[in-house]
Write a protein that binds this ligand. Structure first.
Ligand SMILES: [Zn+2]
Length: 148
């Protein structure tokens, strides 16, 4: 993946993380000014200490998401970002834009999801809360017509 694209996804991930951090800070009673110091930059948040106790206050979905975001950021650093962890194919950029934490290409994801349903494992299902945008790539059926 090109550096420019990586930067873009990194930014998306950091923004998403910032949202969670902010929520976390609110739960912890931290002042908002402390968080907004960085202006539009989210770098300062990286140094914000997150205690396990604080994280426990987050909902499961946010905890999951936070973990996935950290994981995705790690992969960006390692140059492994954007590659399906199951089949090794590139993940479609549109999918990554809709959900920057995606670990699998849409084919693998679909397959894994049907397995998860079978075992009724909630963990990955929570990930779908990321955004409704997931729909446009998966269940579409090739129409391409929008509702407007
Ligand atoms: Zn795959």
């Amino acid at each position: 993946m090109r550096k420019r694209d990586l930067d873009k996804f990194k930014k998306l991930l950091l923004m998403e993380r910032q949202g969670i951090m902010q929520h976390l800070a609110e739960l912890e009673g931290a002042s908002e000014t402390q968080l907004s110091q960085g202006g539009g930059d989210s770098v300062d948040l990286a140094s914000l200490e997150i205690t396990q106790a604080a994280i426990q206050k987050l909902g499961n979905r946010e905890k999951n998401l936070l973990r996935k975001i950290e994981y995705a950021l790690d992969k960006i650093e390692n140059g492994e970002y954007g590659v399906c962890e199951r089949c090794g194919e590139k993940i479609a950029p549109a999918r990554l834009e809709a959900r920057p934490v995606a670990q699998y290409c849409i084919d693998c994801k679909t397959e894994l999801e049907s397995n998860e349903r079978r075992y009724s494992d909630q963990e990955e299902a929570d990930e779908e809360g990321w955004g409704e945008m997931e729909r446009f790539e998966g269940g579409g059926g090739g129409g391409g017509g929008d509702a407007s």
